[in-house]
Design a protein. Sequence first.
Length: 525
Amino acid sequence: MSHLRPPAASGRDVWGVASVPLLTAAEAAAADRAARERQGVPERVLMENAGRSAALVIARLFPDGPVVAAVGGGNNGGDALVALRTLAAWGREVACVQAASRVPDAALLHHFPLEIRPAAEAAEVFARAAVVLDGILGTGSQGAPREPAAGVIRAMNGSGRPVVALDLPSGVDPTTGAVAEPAVVASVTVSFGWPKTGLLLQPARAHCGRLVVVEIGFPPYGPERPGAELITPGWAAARLRARPPDAHKATSGRLLVLAGRAGMAGAAAIAGRSAVRAGAGLVRLASVAANREILQTLVPEAVFVDRDDGPALREAAADCAAVLAGPGLGVGEDARRALEIALEATPGRPVLLDADALTLFAGSGGALAALARERPVVLTPHPGEMSRLTGAPVAEIRQDPLAAARALAASTGCVVLLKGAPSVVAAPDEPVLVNTVGSSDVAAAGMGDQLAGVIGALLAAGHDARTSAALGLFYSGRAADLAARGRSLSPLDVSDHLHRAFASPGARRPPLDLPFVTFDQPPRR
C-alpha cells in the first residue's frame, strides 16, 4: 500500500479574506447548482475536491491511527468515501459504517477494497478508530435523523473518539442553527465552499467544535448577494479609515456621551474611557452633577458636562459630531429631557442609542423611524431590550437573531446591532454582518457600555453607521482576545487593549495553514 504524505502548507493568511458570505441551506444548494449548470463544474469534481480537502485537514490535525467514517446515502457520504480512499492512499487504515440503506456510488472508491460494516456494529467499529468521520447527513436533510442514522450518531457521540463532521454535524440545521435529537457533537467541522449561517449560531455552534471552511472549486459567489456575511480582519482593515498626517481633535471626532444617573457613574466612565481608547478626538461626558468628581477622576481626558444644565448641554452637544446616549442614563423625565436636548442640538448627526436610551424608545417604532429619517441611528440592544423594542418574546429573538435584527432594521430604518453569541449587525437592504471574534469572557456587566464607547468614537470619526457598528464589534472582540485572562476579564481590560487591537487585527492564534482553507476558528470559549 502506498505511503504518500500530504503536501506541505503554503502559508496563506486565511484571515485576510475581505468578504466571506454566510449561506443558508437554500443558498448553498443554489451555489452548488450554479457551479454545475452555469459554470460547468461536474458534481463528481466537487465531491472529489471536498473529500480530498477533508482528508488533508484530517491528516494535519489527526496524523496517526485508523480512520472510520459513518456514511450516509447522499453527497456527504460520497465526500466521506473520497476522504477514506485518499487517507488510505497515504497509508492510513480505514473502514466504513453504513448509516443508510445504501452507500454512494462505489466508483468514488476507484476500486479500493473498503471494509463496510452495518450500522448495528457502529459502536464496535468506532472503538477501533483514532478519529471518526461524520458523513451521514448534509445541508439538504430535514427533521430529526431517523434510523439507522440516529443509532449511528448515538454510537459516534458515545465513542469517546474525536469526530470530524463533513460540511456540518449531522442533525444540525445549517440555516437556523437548531439542533435535532440526536445530533453529532464534533471536535472539528470541515465545511465546504462557504460557512453555513447556522453553524455560527447557538446551539449549533457548540456542536461544531473547530470550524474549518475549505474551498473546493465553486465559482465566486454571486451575482446575488448573500443574506449574511462574516466580519473578518480583512473586512475590518479595509473599512477602518486611516488618520491623515495633519489629524487633530476635531478631525478625529468629537463625541457626546450622555450617560450615568446618580449611582451609575461607572457606566458613564466605562463608555467614556472606551471612546477615548478607541481614538475619539474629544469626549464630552454629560452626566448628573453628583458624578462630576468620579468621572473627572476616572476619565480625565473627557470634558464633564452637567446634563441637567440645559443650556450647557445644548452647547456641548452642538459642538459634537456624534451622540452616544444610554449607558446608566436612567429612564425618568430628567433623562428623557436631556436626550431630547442632545438630539435637538445635533440635527442630522449620527446617534447611538444603548441601554436606558433604548428603554425610552421601547414600543415606539414610529419614533425610531422618524429619528432615522433625519439622521443615522444605531441601536445596540441585547435580547431583553430587543423584546421591549419589538414585543417579540426573548426566546423567539434568540432562536433566529438574524431575522429579528433584520426585521427591526427594515421597520425603522436604523442600524441594529443585536448582542449575543454571535452578535449581528443588520441594516436596511444590506447583508446581515455576523461577528465571531471575541469569547464568552466578555459576558460581564459593563461590556455593553464598553462596546458603545467604541462605536460612538467610530461614528464621531466619520464612519457610516453600519460600518461603525461592525467595526466596534470586531475590534472590541479583538481587544478582548488580546486581554484574555480567563473568567476575570473586565470592561476596562478590554478598553485598555483597544490600541493593540486597532494596530493588529489579525487572528487570535495561527490558523490551519493549508492553501485551500478560507476560514478557521476554534470553538468559542
